[in-house]
Design a protein around this ligand. Structure first.
Ligand code: ADP
Ligand code: ZN
Length: 722
């Protein structure tokens, strides 16, 4: 192991630029990647030994490393990735490191478990409770205390009593592993010819080397089965596997499928876990005991030491972009980490991002196609309903033709999904007496009525108020009217029009993750006929009885001034219509639209995804937009609008000149106030081969520093433009 002299650079896990030098006290041994605690402004902070000191500092001015943790050093590829992510996103390296070192709990020595074993010695006094305990431990093996309590139903004091009486012996056992190692050969599926071809193509990437495959296959094509086999190859090669999912709500069926395939559950990593579970998983990944992890985007920063594959399921999904703290895109950073680790990446989607499609077209990624659904399932037949020609009746949202299809489908005992990507009852509440519109006091956004809970709510900051009885502006009574639909309002219409069918409404605010998972399981079992939901139900689910999908507002995503509006709309429409007809029965989908000739609608109706990608890539190329150009957003915010705007104008005039670079703004953000802060945006656009991160860093160092309550956020490769 490499040893440095007695001064080292330590990257501390706080938001500062770069590392600090510390002394290694006599008797302590550290190397690059060692996890340490160091004193920093009066308290101990976690850090990682980064290497030799950057500059020579007099010994006596340095502090000592306080403690080195007894865990393996972080891998070289992870340290390099942290540096890379920091340089690319402009987040301080210590801040990126904080995504790796999440808690000190994970670093402490794991506490042993208290267990008991029978001694064979009979206690003098015997009771029913004591007898039950002795029956449990009769097999002579050591039982964890909690397990004895669970199996016998007695209280812990009975066990302790038996210990005092000499009938039980107390032991300390190491905690059991958080998960068992997956078995790559547990239950390999019989792949269809097309799936086998896809797998063969992926296998042309060397298991031991960096390489990226885009697994581009229709919804229901059986992509999961294919990438599980690639994961199995990695496990057989003795390396660790990471599967990233966009949505925790999706994990329950996914975990079940993993368990069936590999004979044991994978380790999980997401926000729904307890701190203790997190700590044990983290430690297991670092020690190598955990071989496979299924998790949310933050799992990308787990301390794997033998990472061999990263799979991103639904790689196009916006949830892979983090936009607070470190603004990274998990898809792009997965490719970066895999490159450093010499690992393979599989990007899986029925609607790949335009970026990934372009990389595949250019031959940078291996393009692996699955063109038909697994078994006899066919892709759904899609029809556009022109809302100008066939509008719903006044006060209704479901067009007559769609309503007829719903009746017929319910009659056949099949399931219907009505999709509207808007939570709540109505997106706007208005006083019909004076015209007053209810707005959030802290955001430039309307308050959305949530009728079940009787509140008006801001979807940007969570502000909530009870729905008033009378208008807050003019005092008129019973004058407040809802404008436009949210899913609660659609549910109300469905209740009136399709009475007797079993309905469920689903959106992210409709309960805890555990409750949502229960709802999905109930839908899978066919306990509902009519499902009304937001994008939460659009992704990944496999509901066998679902044969009709009605999209109530197919245009919803198109209106924004977002360069990815068409792509996002195409993706969500493909995903949601792809829920129909995934098993034996054929599926149909209807898109209610005011723009039936829009290229997205035409591609959907013709089932011609190639037409969409061709059209979109051409438009992006012409506009110099990603993936043919680069974007970076600067969001300046302050408590006063004028302060933010003036600072943004100052930034603009301080921008260095560069060939091919274009700057836009400053302009008030579309949502110009969030949580009481006024927001002004600048956008930089550059050619593809330009170091835009480097440019923005140089720009910010040459400009005035924000002071007071001013803040500048940098978003490289922005995915949202609100
Ligand atoms: P995708 O992820 O491409 O949308 P899935 O992997 O969810 O598709 O597969 C769709 C359905 O087909 C699932 O129910 C899956 O279990 C089944 N399936 C796919 N491939 C196979 C196979 N080789 N053997 C058995 N069932 C399969
Ligand atoms: Zn608000």
């Amino acid at each position: 192991m490499e040893h440095f002299p007695d001064i080292v650079a330590v990257m501390v896990s706080v938001s500062v630029e770069g590392s600090y030098s510390y002394r290694v006290p006599p008797g302590m041994s550290v190397s690059r990647g060692s996890i340490v605690a160091v004193p920093l402004v009066g308290r101990l902070t976690l850090g990682v030994v980064w290497g030799p000191p950057k500059d020579m500092v007099a010994h006596n001015r340095l502090k000592d490393i306080a403690h080195v943790y007894d865990v393996p050093a972080l891998s070289e590829e992870l340290l390099t990735t942290v540096d890379w992510v920091s340089r690319y996103t402009l987040a301080a390296p210590g801040l990126v490191l904080r995504s790796v070192l999440r808690s000190t709990e994970a670093l402490d020595v794991e506490r042993p478990v208290t267990a008991f074993r029978k001694t064979g010695h009979e206690p003098e006094r015997m009771t029913d409770a004591r007898l039950r305990v002795l029956e449990v431990v009769a097999d002579g093996s050591a039982w964890a205390k909690a397990a004895i309590v669970g199996a016998s139903g007695v209280s812990a004091s009975v066990i302790e009593g038996l210990e005092r009486a000499g009938a039980l012996q107390r032991l300390e056992m190491p905690a059991p592993p958080i998960v068992l190692p997956p078995d790559p050969d547990e239950m390999a599926p019989v792949l269809s010819a097309e799936q086998a071809g896809a797998l063969a193509s992926i296998r042309e990437l060397d298991v031991g080397k960096f390489g990226v495959a885009l697994l581009d296959g229709v919804t229901g094509g059986g992509k999961t089965e294919v990438f599980f086999e690639a994961v199995a190859d990695t496990l057989r090669a003795g390396r660790q596997a990471l599967i990233l999912l966009p949505e925790i709500a999706l994990t329950h069926t996914f975990l079940a499928r993993f368990t069936r395939r590999f004979g044991t559950r994978p380790a999980e990593w997401h926000s729904d876990m307890t701190p203790a579970q997190r700590a044990r998983t983290w430690r297991g990944v670092l020690s190598g005991a955990v071989r496979a992890v299924v998790g949310a985007r933050s799992a990308l920063f787990l301390p794997f030491r033998e990472l061999g594959i990263i799979v991103l399921d639904e790689e196009h999904d916006g949830a892979f972009k983090q936009s607070d703290g470190v603004n990274y895109h998990a898809r792009d950073m997965a490719v970066v980490r895999a490159k450093h680790a010499g690992a393979r990446v599989i990007l899986s989607s029925a609607t790949p991002s335009v970026e990934s499609r372009n990389n595949a077209n250019q031959g940078r990624y291996r393009h692996v196609l699955l063109r038909s659904r697994f078994a006899e399932a066919a892709l759904p037949d899609i029809t556009a309903i022109d809302m100008r020609e066939e509008p719903p009746e006044k006060g209704h949202w479901i067009a007559p033709r769609l309503a007829r299809e719903i009746f017929a489908t319910l009659d056949r005992g099949e399931q219907v999904l009505l999709f509207l990507n808007r939570r709540g009852y109505a997106p706007l509440t208005l006083c019909k007496a004076c015209g007053h519109q209810y707005q959030c006091p802290d955001c430039s956004a309307w308050l959305v009525e949530h009728r079940f809970r009787g509140v008006l709510m801001c979807h940007h900051c969570g502000h909530e108020q009870r729905k008033p009885e009378s208008c807050g502006a003019c005092g008129a009574v019973e004058s407040l009217v809802p404008i436009g639909p949210g899913i609660e309002r659609v549910a109300e219409e469905a209740e009136a029009r399709f009475p007797g069918s079993r309905k469920v409404i689903l959106s992210s605010d409709m309960g805890t993750n555990a409750q949502l998972r229960d709802r999905f399981a109930e839908i899978e079992r066919g306990e509902y006929d009519l499902i009304i939901g937001t994008q939460l139900v659009a992704k990944g689910h496999h509901f066998e009885k679902l044969t009709l999908v009605g999209v109530l507002d197919a245009d919803l995503g198109l209106a924004h001034g977002d360069p990815r509006a068409a792509e996002k709309t195409f993706q969500i429409l493909t995903q949601v219509t792809g829920r129909a007809g995934r098993a034996a029965r054929a599926g149909r989908a209807f898109l209610q639209t005011y723009h039936p000739t829009h290229p997205v609608m035409e591609a959907m109706v013709k089932g011609d995804r190639e037409a969409f990608y061709a059209h979109e890539l051409k438009a992006r190329a012409e506009g110099g937009l990603p993936p043919f150009g680069r974007l970076a957003a600067l969001i300046v915010s302050a408590n006063e609008h004028d302060v933010a705007f003036a600072f943004a104008r100052g930034l603009l005039s301080a921008a260095p000149m560069a060939e091919g670079l274009r700057l836009f703004g400053p302009a008030d953000a579309p949502i110009s106030m969030v949580r009481g802060r006024h927001r002004v945006r600048l956008l930089a656009q550059s050619p593809k081969d330009f170091d835009l991160s480097g440019y923005v860093r140089f720009w910010l160092t040459s400009a005035e520093r924000p002071t007071g309550n001013l803040r500048v956020q940098v978003d490289i490769d922005p995915m949202s433009f609100f």
